[in-house]
Ligand binder design. Structure first.
Ligand SMILES: [Zn+2]
Length: 311
């Protein structure tokens, strides 16, 4: 269905935020495709503005006794991923003068939509030195890539869905693909002049070098000797993102097709399952890949960076 994503903003957000999120969402849909109704709900820092947005959200989908129920859930600050919890993150970032943000795909299956939520994307307002708008733009692309992934298994039961996009709870493909594709796409569009930012954000290779360093450090400190397929949301979570991006970059480079996930892997995931779609897209087994990738991780960084597009 040819829908562009829809965004909803708390009333305390600036035009910079509104325009930034809207452009990033349109860009994501143009680059990654359209997958039915996608709603991106953006919270600010003001509590009353958040409560108004929550009310708008609940009234959009619920009536009768479900309406106060929706409100009570989404205004519960202790509840992870409640809308008010996202508002708190933004409020605390300002209070503590620390750049903290969060965004996520929070389901929507029962309503036939993709429901995404974001805390205050302050980088669009240039609030913190060294954190330009590109960071928030990248986050929107990352979250939208989860729409691509989840769309590929959308109408399956929860367990089957999870086992296909995160087999055994492993997150390297889910988060690594979202993170790599978001970064690659952003740098590609900057490089070819499609989008323009005031300040530079460095290069894709610099970002990937940081991910290699951070990923290895994270393993050393938190889960020594863990392999790519052992990272979960509970164990070595951030290595799942950082080295997961490298795993995906490795696979993309192997088949020399930056669109392989969109063209082949995800369109076949539902039918063939993770292993089958992986074999089809990349021409070898996950077992063989995990072994090769461990060897790749031992190479000097200069050699590793050769697989990353120079943009
Ligand atoms: Zn993610």
């Amino acid at each position: 269905m040819p829908f562009y994503p829809n965004a909803f903003f708390a009333s305390d957000l600036s035009d910079n935020v509104i325009n930034g999120v809207n452009l990033a969402l349109k860009t994501a849909a143009d680059e990654f495709g359209k997958y039915g109704p996608v709603e991106y709900w953006v919270l600010g820092t003001d509590k009353q503005a958040a409560l108004d947005l929550i009310n708008k959200f609940c009234e959009r989908y619920y009536y009768g006794p479900m309406l106060p129920y929706c409100n009570s859930i989404e205004t519960d600050e202790t509840r992870e991923h409640s809308m008010i919890a996202y508002q708190k993150i933004g409020e605390n970032a300002i209070l503590n003068n620390r750049p903290m943000g969060s965004a996520g795909h929070n389901g929507g299956f029962g309503r036939g939509i993709h429901n995404l939520t974001s805390s205050y994307p302050f980088n669009f307002d240039n609030l913190f030195e060294g954190h330009p708008p590109q960071e928030d733009f990248k986050t929107v692309l990352h979250e939208y890539f989860h729409v691509v992934q989840i769309s590929s298994v959308y109408n399956l039961e929860r367990e089957e869905r999870e086992s296909k996009i995160k087999p055994g709870g492993t997150i390297w493909m889910m988060e690594g693909a979202a993170e790599y594709m978001a970064n690659y796409t952003l740098f590609k569009l900057i490089d070819n002049g499609t989008i323009d930012f005031e300040k530079s954000w460095g290069t894709l290779r610099e970002k990937m070098q940081n991910k290699m360093n951070n990923g290895k450090l994270n393993i050393e400190e938190n889960c020594p000797n863990s392999k790519l397929n052992e990272f979960t949301y509970q164990s070595c979570n951030s290595a799942g993102y950082d080295l997961g991006s490298w795993g995906v970059a490795y696979l993309i480079n192997k088949v020399n097709n930056q669109n392989i996930l969109l063209d082949t892997f995800y369109p076949n995931l539902k039918e063939l399952g993770f292993e089958g779609a992986f074999n089809l897209a990349f021409g070898f087994t996950t077992e063989e890949f995990y072994e090769e990738f461990e060897e790749f991780l031992q190479l000097p960084i200069e050699q590793q960076l050769e697989i990353i597009p120079d943009i």
